[in-house]
Design a protein around this ligand. Sequence first.
Ligand SMILES: Nc1ncnc2c1ncn2[C@@H]1O[C@H](COP(=O)(O)OP(=O)(O)O)[C@@H](O)[C@H]1O
Ligand SMILES: [Mg+2]
Length: 309
Amino acid sequence: MPAVSFQNVSKTYASARGELQALKGVSFDIQPGEFFGLLGPNGAGKTTLISVLAGLVRASGGRVLVQGHDVQSDYAAARRALGVVPQELVFDPFFNVREALRFQSGYFGIHHNDDWIDELLQGLGLTDKAGANMRQLSGGMKRRVLVAQALVHKPPVIVLDEPTAGVDVELRQTLWQFISQLNKQGSTVLLTTHYLEEAEALCGRIAMLQLGRVVALEKTSDLLRQASSNVLRFKTDQALPPELAAQARVTGRVVQLPAHNAIEVEQWLARAREAGVVAEDVEIRKADLEDVFIEVMERASGQVQEATP
Ligand SMILES: Nc1ncnc2c1ncn2[C@@H]1O[C@H](COP(=O)(O)OP(=O)(O)O)[C@@H](O)[C@H]1O
Ligand SMILES: [Mg+2]
C-alpha cells in the first residue's frame, strides 16, 4: 500500500477575478520509506496539494489516501499518520516551546510524551529554548518548533512545505540531519523546496508541478541523466549573438550554455569569438537539478502553448 496516493486531484479556487484551477488532475503515489520531492515554480500548486493532503483544503475532485485512509471520509486516521510542517509560520504566542509540544501531543491523545519531546528538542537544537516563550523566538527557531510540533506524535509520513525558505545554513543542516535519520528509520518524507541542490541531495524521486499539472515524475538519478550532461559557463560584458542567446541562461554577466561533449563546448566558444564576445573565467561543470528543472519547465510550457489554439 502506498504511503500517500494522489488520485486525479483537482482544485478550483473561486477568486474575485473568477475561478482559478490550482490543480488539474494530479496523480502519483509515494511508497513507504521514500524521500520524495515536489518541485515547481511559485504558484504551481504545491501548497494547495499539501493542504488537500493535510485536510486543510477540500479538493474539487479526485481522492487522496494516506496509508489507505481517505483524507476526507477517514480524516482522523489520515491526519494521525501525517506530520505536516506548514509553509506559513503559525504558532500560539502564549505557550513556551515545551508547552506547545505538550499541547500538540494532547491533541493526538498522547499524555506522557516528554521522552520523545526531549529527543525532538535535542535533535532540532532547541534544548536551551524549551522554556522560551514562542513570541521571543527568531523566525528560524520558530521554524524548528513547527518541525518538532509536526513530529510530536511520531507520524509515519512527514510532509515539509518549504521548510528552509529564508532560514540560515545551520538550521538547514540540523533539520536535514534529523529528517534524514527519521527517513533511514523508515519514515516517508514529502518535501517541497526552492533549493534544488537540497532536493538533488535528499530526494530519491521527484515530481515537478507546473500550473497544477505534473510535468515530470522520475527518480532523481534518471532526471539528472536525461539532462544535457555538461554546462559551459563564462562571464562576458558583450551581448550574445542570437543563436547563443536562444540557448543560454544569462544571469548578469554570467552565461551558461548546455553542452553534451567537448566538441559542443568548442563550437559555443568559437561562435562567441566570431561574434566578438570575449569569454572570461571559462568553466565546464556537470548539469545539476536546476538545469533539468529549467529544461523541463521550458519544454512543458512550450507544450501548453502548442495545445492552446
Ligand atoms: N486560498 C486561495 N484562494 C485563491 N487562490 C489561491 C488560494 N491559495 C492559492 N491560490 C492560488 O492557487 C495557485 C497555486 O498556489 P499554491 O498552491 O500556493 O502554489 P505553490 O505552493 O506551488 O507556490 C496560485 O495561483 C495561487 O495564487
Ligand atoms: Mg507554496
